[in-house]
Design a protein around this ligand. Structure first.
Ligand SMILES: C[S@@+](CC[C@H](N)C(=O)[O-])C[C@H]1O[C@@H](n2cnc3c(N)ncnc32)[C@H](O)[C@@H]1O
Length: 477
């Protein structure tokens, strides 16, 4: 990718790789060199210049800082690597003012990177928590001074004076009482109510997200577990108010760096809380986007909703009784809405009711035929869940195809899967399967590039996908 980047934005006549640098000769667009992602500096006619990316990342000494500026707002499982997004925008030479779509935008990593280069970002995600984070992340860029000048100490004084009633019988309050100690719930509600008085919407959402990001540490849920389990570890010694102020201050420092680096105003982002499968039906977006980039959910994906249900309920984004339905509506979900769904999916698989490509269908059927009674209940569902995943991804390709301009590229960073069924481990080459589906929806598969391994979600290492490919599709000319 590093070489491709140099080729696409510098237009050199000749490139040579040398130890830890690349020598590019006869560059026709040398003025673009500061945009490079994978280089800390470049030298031209004897003058060495630091790249914009190196300046952005300079707030930490980490080898690769993925949390600079607003990227540091709130955790989200399976976050994209911002450097990969920026490199793709460079490689495809996306220009300021062009419209770029992320159809599984999650917490908005790509949307924020698109903004930083002057592109106009559009995002879709079915998870309301993702949309809340992404819309905040992409709005603080135009509210930097308000965020930086916000007086957190004065806010905390108001929080301490706030009168809180946690005795209500609403579904939300009953649920929150079952997951939080009374003193912590009072603190959280005081922050939420006080934040409600803040007129600046970006700032209000930023305050709420700083509290949401620490909510699990102070809940009855085991903070280190991906799934919801009752807490065994001790509560933090630091008070919730102190922890929250520290979280807010740390984000303020990251946002202040945008001011220091003269980022300036950024284009407005448009984000929909919807399924990607529906966007093909948005009439105003037919043949509309210049480029699309995404990291889609994996087959048998992370439980995005379950891991965030305390935040979803506390923020009022979902009712406790809606959580399971929401989880099962995600592409790649392992949840089945009802027991009967498994039987329906099995019939669909056997008859290939969704008309997925014959190669994908063969793999799902093969897994189904390998099942033995000793495979546990989760394993029994793997073939039908894979079938559902591929069917939905196929529908996604059709939808995204409709909204892209002719000739536009669509880049996806996709992981591989493997599963052990009937004692046999089967490697599932998801990128190739997805390419088959995309091709049948009219896309030309331009390239499939293995990406260097990087760990995407630290503490749940046993679930981590360490093997990913970049798929490049093009809407046919
Ligand atoms: C790998 S994550 C994307 C993470 C994102 N790139 C980021 O940096 O935060 C995949 C996302 O797909 C979303 N998703 C799953 N099914 C969806 C659907 N049918 N329509 C839109 N989004 C969906 C999930 O909610 C999740 O946020």
């Amino acid at each position: 990718m590093a070489v491709k980047e140099v080729q696409s934005i510098l237009h050199p006549e000749y490139i040579r790789e040398e130890n830890d640098c690349i020598k590019a000769y006869g560059c026709k667009r040398i003025e673009n060199a500061s945009r490079l992602v994978f280089y800390s500096s470049y030298e031209n006619e004897g003058t060495e210049t630091t790249t914009t990316q190196a300046i952005r990342e300079s707030s930490t000494r980490k080898k690769q800082n993925t949390r600079y500026y607003a990227h540091g707002i709130h955790d989200y499982k399976g976050k994209f690597n911002p450097q990969i997004v920026k490199a793709l925008l460079n490689i495809f030479d996306i220009q300021p003012g062009q419209r770029v779509l992320d159809p599984f935008c999650g917490s908005g990593t790509s949307l924020f990177e698109i903004q930083l280069m002057g592109g106009v970002p559009y995002g879709v995600d079915i998870n309301p928590m993702a949309v809340f984070i992404a819309s905040t992340k992409t709005s603080v860029g135009n509210e930097v001074e308000a965020c930086v000048n916000f007086n957190i100490d004065a806010f905390m004084t108001s929080v301490q004076d706030c009168r809180v009633d946690i005795s209500g019988k609403t579904e939300r309050m009953v649920y929150l009482r079952s997951w939080f100690r009374e003193d912590y719930l009072r603190c959280l509600e005081a922050i939420r109510i006080t934040a409600g008085n803040e007129k600046n919407e970006s700032l209000r959402k930023l305050i709420l997200l700083c509290a949401s990001n620490i909510i699990r540490e102070y809940s009855e849920q085991e903070p280190s577990d991906l799934r919801i389990r009752r807490r065994k570890s001790a509560y933090p010694e630091e008070s919730l108010f102190h922890r929250f102020s520290a979280e807010f201050t740390a984000i303020q420092v990251k946002i202040a760096k945008m001011l220091e680096d003269n980022v300036g105003n950024v284009p407005k982002a448009t984000i929909y809380n919807d399924s990607v499968v529906n966007i093909g039906g948005y009439k105003e977006y037919k043949n509309y986007f210049d480029f699309a980039v995404t990291s889609p959910p994996y087959a048998t994906a992370l439980p995005y909703i379950d891991t965030q249900r305390l935040s979803l309920v506390w923020l009022g984004l979902a009712r406790p009784s809606e959580i399971i339905m929401l989880e099962s509506s995600l592409i790649g979900s392992r949840e089945l809405k009802r027991k009967s769904v498994a039987a329906e999916l099995l019939t669909d698989l056997k008859t290939n009711a969704n008309k997925i490509s014959s190669a994908s269908h063969y793999i799902c059927m093969d897994l189904q035929n390998k099942l033995v009674p000793s495979d546990g209940f989760r394993k029994q569902n793997v073939p039908i869940l894979l079938y559902r995943y591929i069917s939905e991804m196929r529908a996604m390709f059709s939808s995204v195809y409709t909204v892209l301009k002719t000739g536009a590229y669509y880049c996806l960073v996709v992981g591989h899967n493997k599963t052990t069924i009937g004692g046999v481990t089967t490697y599932i080459d998801t990128p190739t399967l997805l390419c088959n589906e995309a091709a049948e929806q009219g896309f030309v598969v331009s390239e499939v590039l293995p990406l260097e391994t990087y760990q995407r979600y630290g503490i749940h290492a046993q679930n981590a996908i360490t093997n990913e490919s970049l798929i490049v599709l093009q809407k046919q000319e």
